[in-house]
Design a protein around this ligand. Structure first.
Ligand SMILES: Cc1cc2nc3c(=O)[nH]c(=O)nc-3n(C[C@H](O)[C@H](O)[C@H](O)COP(=O)(O)OP(=O)(O)OC[C@H]3O[C@@H](n4cnc5c(N)ncnc54)[C@H](O)[C@@H]3O)c2cc1C
Length: 354
């Protein structure tokens, strides 16, 4: 029997970040079902840190983590975010400008000057987040994993959590790598967080995994200093990547928790939409992938102790913001294991009221 103060289920960015935050004060074991960590959503993101993306609670979590990322230092590359609108997106652009006055309004000509591939006939308006960043996601994951391991955290791969019971004031988990006992369990299982809760006898919160597709396409004349260009109506985004561009149709297709695969039609849709808004003339795809962005019904993360299950903490439902919110969510959840509070807007308690 492996014993620890805390067992963390999942070795994506959520699991390793909370393990690192806990490791100075508690003995921690991380249980990962796959043979490698970061195999699922964490390894499949668009790698952006966008303070103007998501609802107000998500934006606050993102902004609160910026100092941590700045302090690590080597993980960030400036990549401004250009929100763009076609003629039918101007109302949304105006609403975004009202909601977030820190965004810089740009004329269509100024937007095209920042990304000359944008068609001036398509772009009707734009807003700029000048301090947005690209994150080295696997570097951040390694940063947390290294810190955790240096503090004695054990990471068990191929250790799928199959079942668990709370008995005698502690959890006993049946895993594919043998039994594990811990006073506290942190459910950081990404798209599987609800099934993991069910395996522990806890009620679900109603998480929905939504598939999102991304691809890298060859493109001539891409300047690596171009911003991330994102349609304010969220029908596409693209940014420089390697010898071309990374692009997405910003799809949200409901899915079971699984090893998500891209659908050719979604890749074609991304190319069609980016080609309509730009002169890039994309045709040839270098690689494509998909990942599951998992959302709670109100699209806020799900964090903190579960009032319906003693000794069970959640760190799930990060949707499309799990990399950029990881530093602050990990800090909050680790502090809550030590008895602190998590903000009501992200607490799992909001799903447990009668
Ligand atoms: C195309 C795309 C673009 C994105 N772009 C961004 C972006 O620019 N910025 C941003 O911040 N976010 C972005 N995201 C979202 C971000 O990637 C996720 O929010 C984040 O990776 C979630 O991390 P996680 O650790 O919760 O999940 P995961 O990385 O999926 O980790 C969960 C882990 O739990 C393990 N697990 C599940 N069940 C069990 C079990 N029973 N036993 C043991 N282990 C188990 C899984 O194997 C998995 O490794 C994007 C996502 C996608 C798909």
């Amino acid at each position: 029997m492996i014993e620890a103060d805390v067992a963390v289920v999942g070795a994506g960015i959520a699991g390793v970040s909370v393990a690192a935050e806990l490791s100075g004060h508690r003995s921690v074991v991380v249980l990962e079902q796959e043979a490698e960590p970061a195999y699922h959503t964490t390894g499949r993101s668009a790698a952006m840190f966008l303070e103007s993306y998501g609802g107000p609670d998500v934006r606050a979590l993102t902004a609160a983590g910026r100092a941590f990322l700045d302090a690590v230092g080597t993980l960030l590359t400036p990549r401004p975010l250009l929100w763009v609108a076609g003629a039918d997106g101007l109302d949304r652009l105006a609403a975004l400008a009202r909601e977030q006055p820190a965004l810089v309004p740009l004329s269509p000509d100024e937007a095209v000057a920042l990304c000359p591939a944008l068609r001036s006939s398509w772009c009707a308006g734009a807003l700029l987040e000048p301090r947005a960043l690209e994150i080295d996601v696997l570097g951040l994951h390694q940063h947390y994993l290294g810190a955790a391991r240096r503090d004695g955290v054990r990471v068990l791969l191929g250790a799928r959590v199959l079942a668990g019971r709370h008995t005698g004031g502690r959890w006993v988990l049946d895993t594919a790598a043998g039994p594990v006992a811990a006073a506290a369990v942190v459910n950081a299982a990404g798209a599987w967080a609800d099934p993991v809760a069910a395996a522990l006898g806890a009620p679900p919160v109603g998480l929905r995994p939504l598939r999102r597709t991304a691809a890298v396409a060859r493109a001539d004349g891409v300047d690596r200093t171009w911003p991330l260009v994102s349609d304010v109506a969220e029908t596409f985004y693209f940014r420089p990547e390697g010898a071309g561009v990374l692009l997405s149709p910003a799809d949200e297709t409901p899915s079971e928790p699984c090893d998500a695969r891209p659908d050719e039609l979604d890749v074609a849709l991304a190319i069609e939409r980016v080609n309509a808004a730009t002169t890039l003339g994309l045709r040839s795809v270098v690689t494509a992938w998909a990942g599951l962005r998992t959302f709670a019904p109100d699209r806020n993360p799900v964090a903190g102790p579960d009032p319906a299950a003693p000794g069970l903490w959640w760190l799930a439902g990060q949707g499309g913001y799990g990399i950029q919110t990881a530093p602050e969510l990990a800090r909050l959840v680790a502090a809550s294991v030590a008895g602190g509070d998590v903000p009501a807007a992200v607490s799992v308690a909001r799903f447990r009221r009668a």
